[in-house]
Ligand binder design. Structure first.
Ligand SMILES: Nc1ncnc2c1ncn2[C@@H]1O[C@H](COP(=O)(O)OP(=O)(O)O)[C@@H](O)[C@H]1O
Ligand SMILES: [Mg+2]
Length: 231
């Protein structure tokens, strides 16, 4: 089983939004997915409840996870694998604190969403350093990029993040489908399967799968950080 965690110190970057749509895309690709919500705000857990009410065809287990249970995380992950789950996605409230660090340490991949703004990129860089200390595989996800005009902001942010570590592909745009899908208890690939947001999320899932299969994220992270440390 692969464990994937979304984390950033900053709120509003898209952790919950991407966790929900990625969970659905992974399930549609044949994975048995559990999504675990570590955020006391419980946005992902409430999305799971809307999902149950919507009676969708693609099954995903969505559960809140109390922070004090994280001490037993390895046993929990083992139990989930034993129950047949192949992917566990964790949504978090941020990267601060011992609880989130425990998840980062147990994860096969840490995803750090960032909007293409100076403030987000700086905050994401700080999160990255904290995660890298835990020697985890980590990748940035540039989210909420301007969709309707060619912006140098997204490419600047992409360059800044690429200098620091590995940047997931593709860049994700700001699109109403992401917001409307969450409201309906769906992923974007269910809400508007032929839409651009759906295509982005399917491509992101494929990218993540390739990383997990090839171990590229770890190698790139190590190389870049070594280069940085040497600079
Ligand atoms: N790609 C996107 N396009 C449009 N809106 C987005 C996108 N990603 C996130 N949002 C919106 O941005 C806000 C913050 O996203 P959210 O997933 O709650 O972030 P976080 O969980 O990191 O705090 C929400 O209102 C969400 O609907
Ligand atoms: Mg959230």
């Amino acid at each position: 089983m692969r464990a994937i965690v979304f984390l950033t110190q900053k709120g509003g970057t898209g952790k919950t939004t991407l966790a929900a749509s990625l969970a659905v895309a992974a399930a549609q690709a044949g994975e048995r997915v559990i999504a675990l919500d570590l955020d006391p705000q419980a946005s992902l857990a409430r999305w799971g409840q809307r999902r149950m009410a919507a009676q969708v065809a693609t099954p995903i287990m969505v559960e809140p996870l109390e922070r004090d249970r994280l001490q037993r995380l390895p046993a929990i992950l083992q139990g989930l694998a034993g129950a047949g789950f192949t992917v566990a996605l964790f949504d978090t409230a941020g990267a601060d604190g011992a609880a989130v660090r425990l998840v980062a340490e147990a994860a096969n991949l840490c995803l750090l969403p960032s909007r293409p703004t100076r403030l987000d990129v700086e905050a994401t860089a700080a999160t990255f350093r904290a995660v890298f200390l835990a020697k985890r595989r980590a990748a940035f996800v540039l989210n909420q990029c301007p969709a309707t005009y060619r912006s140098s902001r997204a490419s600047h942010a992409a360059k800044d993040l690429t200098d620091l570590g590995i940047l997931a592909e593709p860049l994700l745009s700001a699109r109403m489908d992401y917001q409307d899908a969450i409201a309906a208890g769906l992923g974007v690939t269910e809400y508007a399967g032929q839409g651009r947001a759906a295509a982005e999320i399917r491509a992101l899932w494929n990218w993540i799968q390739a990383q997990l299969a090839g171990g590229k994220a770890e190698r790139h992270t190590d190389q870049r950080s070594a280069r940085q440390a040497a600079a």
